[in-house]
Design a protein around this ligand. Structure first.
Ligand SMILES: Cc1cc2nc3c(=O)[nH]c(=O)nc-3n(C[C@H](O)[C@H](O)[C@H](O)COP(=O)(O)OP(=O)(O)OC[C@H]3O[C@@H](n4cnc5c(N)ncnc54)[C@H](O)[C@@H]3O)c2cc1C
Length: 398
């Protein structure tokens, strides 16, 4: 009996660990395209760039752990030939059969052809190697395309390293999608105060590279000559293998509540999975916490579990001296109002997002005891107590 996992990232490793924890005694084969054992990506844009953590500390487990757990870890091998009917795929010329399979193939950086084709020095940030290369280039003149989480975390690291940073963002207010306009402005102000030239409502008109260096023209008419361009315009789910195998794809691999794909012996978890969440509807979440918990949940489902994955999304970011945690999801329908407790000046605050009279999400910045309370309030009615900002979050939970 073999449970196979394709994709040796955080979701894949979490699933393998959970299978053993639950007492699965059969074989486990974990195959990854990267040459390293599974590692966590959040430090790549934070501590690793800042030099406050070595890259090996991001490993989920060292290689010896997989041997001890009798998990066959195959790295540096991309699977390209999944055959669901035969329940087989091959790795380095060897056929691997499975009883159940987890696809945890994650996501890859979205590319910007205009930058790639320009011949200019262009960087992306997804892998260990990319983080190591970027770390040595933060002190120059950096132009970041995209003010999402990764773009802004790199901006923070580069400013702390003494680099000059321009961030170019199409949107009027970066991060307004996940945070809403009001709270997103906390991050806008933070970066501007730290000397980032943040250009909103701005796009890239052209990128040229020649003997005189790199020449980037912005839609506001300005131009820049950066030493390096970081493209940080998001990620796309890695569905090639699943699509070639005939699984149903729709903005990721389509899975039901239990994380099962259109094939009853194949599951998917983490960044690649477009999940049918029981209270939030269809959702593909690209967050660290989801990779861990969906990985574990898929393990339970492969062993026969019938429960749906119903955890609320959670994510965090660290930029300069600001830490943020966010729990819940207000979805494309947005929210009706946001209730903010705390102090915008010191940026020690928390916020509750209300939709149809209920709390649907919450976040805090530098208010480290808030997360459990925010989580407890999700789904609750926005009563007068919840709305009263003179009442602490802990007392609002009751
Ligand atoms: C720089 C960076 C910073 C981040 N910071 C945060 C943060 O602060 N907070 C937060 O909540 N989230 C953060 N995230 C997101 C978080 O890291 C991801 O959600 C998480 O890594 C997803 O894990 P995963 O296992 O689903 O996918 P991945 O980490 O993408 O792993 C998938 C693995 O599968 C491999 N693979 C793909 N196809 C195949 C194949 N056919 N055969 C074999 N192997 C294959 C890939 O090479 C990859 O190693 C960050 C992401 C990045 C890139």
């Amino acid at each position: 009996m073999n449970i196979a996992i394709i994709g040796a990232g955080l979701a894949g490793a979490s699933a393998a660990e959970e299978l053993r924890r639950l007492g699965w005694d059969g074989d486990i084969t974990l195959v990854g395209a990267e040459s390293h054992p599974p590692y966590e990506r959040p430090p790549l844009s934070k501590d690793v760039l800042l030099g406050s953590a070595v890259i090996d500390s991001a490993q989920v487990h060292d290689r010896a752990w997989y041997d001890e757990q009798r998990i066959e870890l195959i790295t540096g091998s991309r699977v390209t030939d999944l055959d669901p009917a035969a329940r087989q795929f091959s790795v380095d010329g060897r056929q691997i059969s499975y009883d159940d399979l987890l696809l945890a193939t994650g996501a890859t950086s979205r590319h910007l052809p205009m930058a790639d084709e320009s011949g200019a020095p262009v960087a992306y940030l997804r892998t260990r190697e990319e983080a190591e290369a970027l770390k040595d280039r933060l002190t120059g003149d950096l132009l970041i395309i995209g003010a999402g989480w990764i773009g802004l975390e790199v901006a923070s690291a580069a400013r702390q390293a003494g680099g000059t940073v321009t961030v170019v963002e199409n949107a009027h207010t970066p991060l307004a999608g996940p945070l809403g306009e009001e709270l997103a402005l906390v991050f806008v102000d933070l970066h501007r105060e730290h000397g980032v030239d943040l250009r909103t409502d701005t796009s890239i008109t052209s990128i040229e590279h020649g003997e005189g260096g790199t020449h980037v023209v912005l839609s506001d008419g300005d131009d820049r000559g950066p030493d390096l361009i970081l493209v940080a315009i998001g990620a796309q789910p890695e569905v090639t293998l699943a699509a070639d195998a005939g699984l149903t794809i729709d903005h990721g691999i389509l899975v039901d509540g239990r994380l099962c794909t259109s094939d009853p012996h194949i599951f998917a978890a983490g960044d690649v999975a477009n999940h049918d969440h029981p209270s939030l509807g269809r959702l593909r979440v690209e967050h660290w916490d989801t990779a861990i918990h969906q990985g574990r949940h898929a393990a339970r489902s492969m062993l026969g579990g019938q429960d749906p994955y119903d955890r609320q999304p959670y994510f965090f970011t660290d930029q300069y001296d600001l830490g943020m945690e966010y729990v819940g999801h207000f979805g494309p329908g947005g929210y009706d109002e946001v209730i903010v407790r705390g102090d915008r000046e010191t940026r020690v605050l928390n916020a509750l997002y209300i939709k149809d009279g209920r709390v649907v999400a919450g976040m805090h910045t530098n208010d480290w005891d808030a997360t459990d309370h925010l989580r407890a309030l999700i789904g609750r009615q926005a009563t007068d107590v919840v709305r009263d900002t003179k009442i602490s979050l802990a007392d609002a939970v009751g």
